[in-house]
Design a protein around this ligand. Structure first.
Ligand SMILES: [Zn+2]
Length: 274
């Protein structure tokens, strides 16, 4: 079977080795994993998740009375933290997730990217997405890259006006270095064709599938005084959903992705007779 996330990781290693703007990226800091997404449904093709953001400032939730606007209750103090994902003892700084099989069926046709690739083959949309997600990695490895505007301030969203154009320039830079087509050829085929030719498409996912490591809330063990506390303000205990806050390679598994569903792949026992 074709391991799609392994192929994407190899492609990204080749891209960061050949595109100067992305050369600061060490793929050892980046974990590529698969999420599920149907080809005929709306949704992202891929997402860049940052794990290197520091914990937030302490905060709390609060509720106000609708008529008097006075604070009536608040939650306990908490901070928001990134989970720790460590693979083979090395902490992952970013994760890039791909929606399968949706990503495999992405095409340039009638997409908003089409104008950046006049006359290009439809699969180029996938290479564009790969470079797009890598471009979200911040050179200081602290969050999602901030986009500087012409006046020197930062854009409020992570896609500045030239973002898409810059991505297409990097795609062209990559192809101009004449990479080995064997590295990106898997992007040429759609899901149905890959699935038939390789007898299945698999990818790395988390054991907690469909959930994966995400920012979480942690109650402050030492609660702070709060200026807002006055007469009648109730402090409610925090209820935080239980989810793992640390992950290792043991929390990864291989899933097979199909048109409408996915399933965990159980490796055949090593004691099985040949
Ligand atoms: Zn983006």
């Amino acid at each position: 079977m074709l391991n799609y996330t392994d192929r994407l990781t190899e492609l990204m290693e080749d891209v960061v080795a050949r595109v100067p703007t992305l050369s600061f990226i060490d793929m050892g800091d980046v974990l590529v994993f698969a999420r599920s997404g149907r080809s005929n449904a709306e949704g992202a093709f891929a997402t860049c998740h940052c794990l290197s953001l520091p914990a937030s400032e302490p905060g709390y939730y609060f509720w106000r009375d609708r008529t008097t606007h006075n604070l009536t209750r608040r939650s306990e103090w908490f901070v928001t933290k990134s989970p720790v994902v460590s693979i083979g003892g090395r902490e992952t700084k970013y994760m890039i997730s791909f929606a399968l099989p949706r990503f495999c069926d992405q095409s340039l046709d009638r997409s908003r990217k089409e104008r950046f690739y006049p006359g290009a083959e439809p699969w180029m949309a996938k290479l564009d997405t790969v470079v797009h997600e890598l471009y979200h990695i911040d050179p200081e490895l602290a969050g999602i890259r901030r986009i500087e505007k012409e006046d020197g301030t930062y854009s409020a969203n992570c896609h500045g006006s030239r973002f898409f154009e810059q991505v297409s320039e990097m795609v062209n830079t990559y192809l101009a270095t004449k990479p080995n087509p064997a590295v990106y050829d898997f992007l040429r085929e759609d899901f149905g064709s890959l699935d038939a030719r390789h007898g299945g498409v698999v990818g790395t996912s988390f054991r907690t599938f469909p959930s994966f490591p995400q920012r979480y809330i942690e109650r402050l063990s030492e609660q702070l005084p709060c200026e807002a506390d006055g007469e009648g303000v109730r402090v409610e205990p925090l209820t935080t959903p239980s989810q793992p806050t640390r992950y290792t390679q043991d929390d990864l598994h291989i899933r097979q992705f199909m048109k409408d569903t996915s399933r965990r792949l159980i490796r055949k026992g090593k004691y099985r007779a040949a």
